[in-house]
Ligand binder design. Structure first.
Ligand SMILES: *Cc1c(COP(=O)(O)O)cnc(C)c1O
Length: 363
């Protein structure tokens, strides 16, 4: 059994993926070829966001978004300590400080009700993460942000395809950033990512930052980065879009089945989506008290699992000094209890049954 089954996905899409890759090899425009803009247009239509800018990775998307907002030394950005490191890492890289807010125990997402108390004169942005694919409480977050005139960057690296009150993740705030890392809901075959905004000026700025801050060739109006997404990777994502709606629906069906099969398992607690939103189920993650034992039991039965994430950022050596050395008890407790189970559109029903039976009955 695979944790995320990308082989079956490739087999199903092989003619389209191979054709798309071959087309790039034939035209030879490996950097900023026609597939780049084609993908951006498709993703603008998909999300409803006015502008999509593809970039080298999800990490680069966050970096470029923060740079476009002018965030730097002395600034503070409010975010969650329970996320992949890149979220806080890009804030720190620019000389700013991540100000953590503890998370909601029912989702693992930033606790929106505690953001306002964290805002200071130095706060420059709020950066929620859609953990495991479920958008955070975006209405509440956007409301606090607008009261204080702050932009909101959604780290939607795990939530491409998710919806919040009928709108797509990535199009829920000032800027949305996603990742096409192979195991994300929409993945390429290497690194890739995208930034979304409906703000014309920000979009122009981010396009420039992506290519060394150049307004036109060899004319650099700002300091930027080499942040383009390869044409080949754009071609792979274009091919994968053919099956994406089916895959999202299928992961949601598999998730409902997990929720059902695990309802009476005494050793685990599930994290179903809150009302008014869907999740992209980048991960199907449960909470358990004796994680080491459960992970061991599953591993002995040939079932792969993963931990997202074992150490919250405020406990990481590189970050623990930054947030004021405070404790975030919900994030810390979740980090000790979360376990992600095999999940993908191609997860076989027998395999899923077996995962649940090992969890519930020990075999
Ligand atoms: C994967 C991920 C990123 C980084 O994306 P890359 O494409 O791997 O750089 C950032 N934030 C979160 C929450 C992620 O899951």
């Amino acid at each position: 059994m695979q944790f995320i089954d990308l082989q079956t996905q490739y087999a199903a899409l092989k003619p389209e993926i191979d054709r798309r890759i071959q087309a790039v090899l034939d035209h030879g425009q490996y950097i900023m070829g026609p597939e780049v803009r084609e993908l951006e247009e498709r993703l603008e239509q998909f999300t409803g966001s006015k502008h999509c800018i593809t970039v080298a990775s999800g990490t680069e998307a966050l970096l470029i978004a923060l740079m476009a907002l002018g965030i730097g030394r002395g600034d503070e950005v409010i975010t969650t300590p329970f996320t992949f490191v890149a979220t806080a890492e890009m804030i720190v890289l620019l000389g700013a400080t991540p100000m953590f807010v503890d998370v909601d125990p029912s989702t693992g997402n930033i606790d929106a009700s505690r953001i306002e108390e964290r805002i200071t004169a130095r706060t420059r942005a709020i950066m929620p993460v859609a953990l495991y694919g479920q958008p955070a409480d975006m209405d509440e977050i956007n409301a606090v942000a607008s009261r204080h005139g702050l932009p909101v960057i959604e780290d939607a690296a795990q939530s491409f395809g998710a919806e919040y009150k009928g709108r797509k993740s990535c199009n829920l705030s000032t800027i949305g950033c996603t990742s096409f890392f192979p195991s994300k809901p929409l993945g390429c075959y290497g690194d890739g990512g995208a930034i979304f905004t409906s703000d014309e000026a920000l979009s122009k700025k981010m396009r420039e930052i992506r290519v060394h801050g150049q307004e036109r060739r060899y004319h650099h109006t700002s300091v930027g980065v080499g942040g383009r997404m390869d044409t080949l990777q754009c071609a792979v994502v274009l091919a994968k879009l053919a099956r994406f709606d089916w895959e999202t629906a299928e992961r949601q069906r598999k998730a409902r089945r997990y929720l059902d099969l695990l309802r009476n398992a005494p050793t685990v607690t599930t994290l179903p989506p809150k009302p008014g939103r869907t999740t992209a189920w980048a991960q199907f993650t449960v909470l358990c008290d004796d994680r080491t034992a459960l992970q061991q039991r599953l591993s002995e039965a040939g079932i792969p699992t993963a931990i997202h994430y074992p150490v919250p950022l405020h406990r990481q050596p590189a970050y623990r000094e930054l947030g004021g050395g405070e404790e975030y008890p919900v994030a810390s407790s979740m980090a000790q209890r979360v376990l992600s189970l095999p999940m993908s559109a191609d997860l076989k029903e027998d395999d899923q049954q077996r995962v649940c039976s090992v969890i519930a009955n020990g075999r």
